[in-house]
Write a protein that binds this ligand. Structure first.
Ligand code: H76
Length: 475
């Protein structure tokens, strides 16, 4: 009896999460290939994903050989797209594999760098839009085994990162500029026949990856925006299910599937199709409402745009403090922050990336308690920075502080019935004085201002301890 009651309440709790996450609206459009579940996935694999906080993205491939340059000229677009700009003959680009020989490549060194930065997961480009495969696939000869380097890059990376305790996800571009069966649209029977061959090729390659690298935790799909794929909703649905059948627990974001009507990310009824929202590329939701209560991930470049190695980086280069602030903001809004790295063709990283990883890692060493396994706090956002708390909630709230007011007094507006018992600096545990103001607000007083680094204050709170007299003030 007791057990039954428990099961029921767990189910109800799950249902409430679902309803809250995606507004209580009835499905009006019947769909065969829409979302298959409502609300968040609450299994162990997804809970682990939710707790990562910080990840690393790796863009490495033939574009790294050019670094955005061709014939002495630099092209300012994203370097990994250079093949598509008509600036060099495709035959030239498609022969670059003959020069791919990363003599300095050391997978363990990459994993150590990511570990030092504090990354809990990595997403690696196994095949970008150019179609070149970093693993020895048997489904096309356009792969690493036919380069002078020959060895399986992906295997080395999967092994090295896994050994370092970093979960591995595989980036896979559906759009494939090299495969003659790829189509942007399906306008004739011939197109459909070719694209059916292409779909089989994709399925084969993905099943091959699962077989060769069974340690991986998920896929990161890209290049799914063209009409050909939008018209392949039934296939993308069955592919998604196949992969998950082969590898239970697999995590796949919202960029793989299309529904019956070609809607992507969210189906025609507005339900998320995927384990997390995968559209936050180089942008961060402005507030919690913009996340729709979903799991989500932000993927960020250090320069303005451009993921693969570029000899010249365009636009503003984000500073480590800007990147750390983005990380804090993402976690405070229940998301993960994934920072991109574009290694050079020889297997080394540009100095700026090495330096940034180090600064972020040093900050994480002191402050990671406010990042890992943390998420959203439903308190009024303040100008000094961001709140986080452990996903398995306890009585601690973290304040990640970026802007210190000249007064040194940080305002906290806690909800009714929550009392702040104690405030202290995470680094060194020095206690800070608390001044209760009229109403619900409190000042946390810093003894010194002029901090050079973002820092974390821990608030110990207690629920239900507010006096009636206090409560009456807010009626
Ligand atoms: C557009 C596009 C692609 N998606 C990013 C994650 C990069 O791979 C970029 O080339």
């Amino acid at each position: 009896m007791k057990m039954k009651k428990m099961v029921l309440s767990v189910m109800l709790a799950g249902w409430v999460v679902g309803l809250k996450a995606q507004s209580v609206k009835k499905d009006t459009i019947p769909l065969l290939h829409g979302a298959h579940h409502i609300g968040k996935r609450m299994d162990a694999d997804m809970n682990r994903w939710r707790g990562y906080g910080l990840g690393q993205f790796i863009h490495w491939g033939l574009y790294s050989v050019l670094g955005g340059d061709y014939n002495g000229k630099h092209y300012n677009g994203a370097a990994e797209w250079i093949r598509s700009w008509g600036e060099l003959p495709h035959s030239v680009y498609d022969s670059l594999y003959k020069k791919f020989d990363p003599k300095e490549f050391d997978a363990n060194r990459w994993a150590v760098m990511a570990k030092q930065m504090g990354a809990k997961y990595v997403t690696i480009t196994t095949k970008h839009h150019d179609g070149f495969c970093l693993w020895p696939t048997k489904y096309t000869s356009y792969n690493i085994s036919n380069t002078p380097y020959k060895k399986d890059i992906l295997k080395q990376l999967v092994n090295a990162y896994t050994k370092a305790g970093i979960d591995v996800y595989l980036y896979f571009s559906i759009m494939d500029w090299h495969n003659p069966d790829w189509r942007y649209d399906l306008k004739s029977t011939a197109d459909t026949i070719a694209f059916d061959r292409f779909k089989l090729f994709v399925k084969n390659q993905l099943e091959e990856q699962l077989k060769m690298y069974p340690q991986i935790k998920g896929f990161w799909f890209d290049g799914t925006w063209d009409n050909s794929w939008k018209k392949s909703g039934a296939f993308s649905d069955s592919l998604n299910q196949d992969l998950k059948r082969i590898h239970p627990g697999l995590i796949i974001g919202s960029r793989l599937r299309a529904d019956d009507y070609g809607k992507r990310h969210f189906d025609s009824n507005g339900r998320l199709m995927g384990d997390y929202e995968q559209g936050w590329e180089r942008t961060i939701p402005s507030d919690f409402a913009a996340t729709h209560g979903n799991d989500w991930e932000c993927d960020m470049t250090i320069p303005e745009n451009g993921w693969g190695y570029a000899k010249k980086w365009m636009g503003h280069w984000k500073t480590p403090n800007e990147l750390i602030e983005m990380l804090a903001k993402c976690v405070s809004l229940d998301g993960n922050f994934v920072l991109n790295f574009g290694p050079k063709a020889d297997g080394t990283f540009r100095q700026k990336e090495i330096d940034d990883a180090k600064v972020i890692g040093n900050w994480m060493k002191i402050n990671n308690e406010a990042i890992y396994n943390c998420g959203y706090v439903n308190w009024l956002k303040q100008d000094w920075g961001y709140y986080t708390q452990k996903l398995k909630k306890d009585n601690e709230i973290y304040m990640i502080v970026f802007n210190v007011p000249v007064s040194g007094a940080l305002r906290v507006s806690s909800p009714k019935n929550t009392v702040i018992k104690k405030a202290y600096l995470l680094d060194g545990h020095k206690e800070l004085s608390i001044e209760k103001l009229d109403g619900l607000d409190t000042f946390i007083h810093l003894q010194k201002t002029g901090q050079k680094q973002p820092f974390v204050i821990v608030l110990e709170t207690q629920k239900g301890a507010q006096s009636e007299e206090d409560e009456n003030k807010h009626i």
